[in-house]
Design a protein around this ligand. Structure first.
Ligand code: PLP
Length: 283
């Protein structure tokens, strides 16, 4: 595997970053994960837009033009054999000799990117669905930024594991925000409901694509706050992300969701989403 680090290609295992990098010391950085299907970068524009939002919100200078970012993504794909991949891009504020919360003005951002094979979700998991707990969203107030600072997400994922579940759905002030590494959508009759964008959740690219897809399978897309009570009563619950696509949740806090199997709306969306992938990689 070849990685890109500050303008140079090197073997992934050989790539080295200074321990004085602010990403290492402070978690002072942002990232993106972009799927590649059939060797084409998927939904590049919204991913780039979100990276630029994260950089702007944190005041980390954007080290590349849009064209350079696109060329970097394409080179990553070309240098690796896999048909489907997921690109990881990370930008930290850079290396700072003196440890200080306040960043120095002259820092040069550290850019690191590599790619991995994207394997389809395990069919057995999709057929069975996943089990979730709900837990308090212990993160900060700027979850719209795709920050590398993921300690709270790691802790909540571990909590799910300790409870014998696959993942956690995060609750803030009695309302659903998202998953530990995904957005949350529910099916209520003919509606596909997901919380509206704000500072408490990440603007998922998959979330937006699924909302756009909803009418094609007879669903009304709705962006509305979801209370925990409403979550418990949903016909179906999905976790959505670039690498998971839509993953059906069949058990929540040890109660069945619907009849406890992946629902019919999820099945319909699953096949529609595969077509949509074909269409969106061409763009
Ligand atoms: N929310 C969080 C906290 C995430 O980490 C992710 C992605 O991993 C998402 C939502 C889904 O975003 P996307 O659909 O762009 O992958």
């Amino acid at each position: 595997q070849t990685a890109w680090l500050n303008g140079e290609w090197q073997p992934l295992e050989a790539a080295r970053v200074s321990p004085l990098d602010r990403g290492f010391l402070f978690g002072d950085g942002v990232y993106e994960v972009i799927p590649v299907y059939e060797r084409r970068v998927f939904a590049f524009k919204p991913h780039l837009q979100r990276l630029k939002h994260s950089l702007e919100a944190t005041g980390i200078p954007n080290p590349h033009t849009d064209e350079e970012w696109e060329a970097l993504c394409n080179s990553l794909v070309e240098r690796h054999p896999w048909t489907d991949q997921y690109l990881y891009i990370q930008v930290t504020r850079g290396v700072q000799p003196k440890r200080d919360h306040l960043p120095q003005n002259c820092l040069v951002p550290t850019v690191f990117a590599y790619t991995s094979e994207l394997k389809p979700m395990d069919e057995a998991v999709l057929q069975r669905g996943v089990r979730c707990i709900t837990t308090q969203d212990i993160r900060w107030q700027r979850c719209d930024i795709k920050a590398i600072t993921l300690l709270a997400n790691v802790m909540m994922k571990l909590e799910a594991q300790r409870a014998g579940a696959d993942d956690a759905i995060l609750i803030r002030n009695g309302m659903v925000s998202e998953g530990t590494a995904s957005n949350v959508m529910i099916v209520e009759g003919q509606s596909l409901v997901t919380p509206p964008l704000d500072h408490h959740l990440l603007g998922g690219i998959t979330r937006q694509i699924l909302l756009n897809c909803a009418p094609a399978i007879g669903l009304l897309p709705v962006e509305e706050p979801i209370s925990i009570q409403r979550l418990y009563q949903a016909d179906e619950i999905w976790l959505t992300s670039s690498t998971k696509e839509a993953l059906p949740v069949v058990e929540l806090d040890e109660r069945s969701v619907g009849d406890g199997t992946p629902g019919p709306v999820w099945q319909a969306m699953r096949s529609h989403y595969q077509q949509e992938k074909q269409r969106l990689v061409q763009q």
